[in-house]
Design a protein around this ligand. Sequence first.
Ligand SMILES: Cc1cc2nc3c(=O)[nH]c(=O)nc-3n(C[C@H](O)[C@H](O)[C@H](O)COP(=O)(O)OP(=O)(O)OC[C@H]3O[C@@H](n4cnc5c(N)ncnc54)[C@H](O)[C@@H]3O)c2cc1C
Ligand code: SF4
Length: 324
Amino acid sequence: MHPFEYHRAATVADAAHAKGRFLAGGTNLVDLMKANVERPARVVDINALPLNAIEDVAGGLRIGALARMSDVAAHPLVQTRFPAIAQALLASASPQLRNAASIGGNLMQRTRCPYFRELIWTPCNKRDPGSGCSALDGDNRMQAVLGTSDHCIALHQSDLAVAVAALDGVLTLRGPGGERAVNAVDFHLLPGKTPQIEHDLKPGELIVSLFLPDAPHAQRSAYLKVRDRTSYEFALASAAVGLQLDNGVIRAARVALGGVGTKPWRSRFAEAALVGQVPSERLFRAAAEAEMKSAKGHGMNDYKIELAKRTLVRALGDLVGGAA
Ligand SMILES: Cc1cc2nc3c(=O)[nH]c(=O)nc-3n(C[C@H](O)[C@H](O)[C@H](O)COP(=O)(O)OP(=O)(O)OC[C@H]3O[C@@H](n4cnc5c(N)ncnc54)[C@H](O)[C@@H]3O)c2cc1C
Ligand code: SF4
């Protein structure tokens, strides 16, 4: 970005400050404002900022935060060097939404937990801290089984964020305090006792861009999403996987799970089980078991534990083709 544009972005960020919200595609923010869940003191339209480029830079690809989901999914460099990203985007929402929605807005989207979105359903610790969690003993079919706490079990819904977590994406953030880089995997936070704090974005800070590092496992990557219907539906379970194979042995593995975590779930236990091994269905199952050991269901969402394992086994199997 040109220094003048940096200044402009910083000024915009400053204008938003603590009680403000940026408006990108508006497909999430406006919905929540209509439902009276989001009540920002200021809404700052950021669409005039020059943040929609998709650039081939040293070591990888830089995607502006305002690039539209459809443009990123269709970009040849994304499709060839980061297929899991393109597939995750194409599996998201609908073509109309993807034309309007931005990369930054997608990563920042809030949960679809029904108790969070409908004010008649109380209590909800995320919307009204300290009030309790209606999903724990309520309708939790869609909610998370990994990274939950006694205060919140809300699912993180973004498909893109899962692929980005798997492929070591890095976010550039800019705000009144300057610019900084954050690994995407550390950007979203576990609910713990403060489910209302969802990410590592300081007041007034703006996501400027997403950097995707090139790697053999990124080039050989894929995203598999399992859902109630094949379009226009959020994940029940999903897996972003990337493998580097060398003489039939897995040299590098990247795995992240979606549809099951309170944040995009980078799956280090699964990765550790895969590296150095010869691909096989038995190995993939062992990796899935290792990752899901800490999973905890809450009744209606118990099925997700087995579904996530099967989704990961299938995604890895599809990726290696006949090799497993
Ligand atoms: C019917 C429906 C189905 C959907 N299905 C899926 C799906 O299957 N998978 C999926 O992943 N998503 C799905 N979505 C969510 C959709 O992808 C998001 O609504 C969209 O990506 C949000 O992007 P936006 O640009 O419209 O964000 P906005 O609504 O403009 O903003 C969302 C939030 O992000 C903040 N924000 C936006 N840009 C920035 C930035 N650059 N820096 C800091 N903060 C920022 C805003 O302040 C706001 O809080 C669905 C949405 C709908 C309505
Ligand atoms: S799971 Fe989280 S978002 Fe849903 S009701 Fe409980 S506290 Fe609210």
